[in-house]
Design a protein. Structure first.
Length: 74
């Protein structure tokens, strides 16, 4: 993975986008634990929002960490 001096990898921005979206989805999923919807979907008890939010947050954090601009690539 070579990059020119002063350029930022597109994977950093993808990771940042996944991180932000994951945090938002995770927050909505956690909110649903205490505020049950009036008409829940069929598999509501699986809490898919919390799971997907957590997975996206984790993947986004990993990508953001590994492709951060301050990392030197000898």
């Amino acid at each position: 993975m070579t990059s020119e001096s002063g350029s930022i990898s597109i994977w950093f921005f993808i990771g940042f986008s996944l991180l932000i979206n994951g945090i938002l989805i995770l927050g909505a999923g956690i909110y649903e634990f205490s505020h049950k919807p009036e008409f829940p979907v069929v598999l509501f008890e699986l809490h898919a929002g919390a799971w997907w939010g957590g997975i996206l947050t984790l993947i986004g954090a990993i990508y953001t960490w590994f492709y951060r601009p301050s990392q030197s690539r000898g």
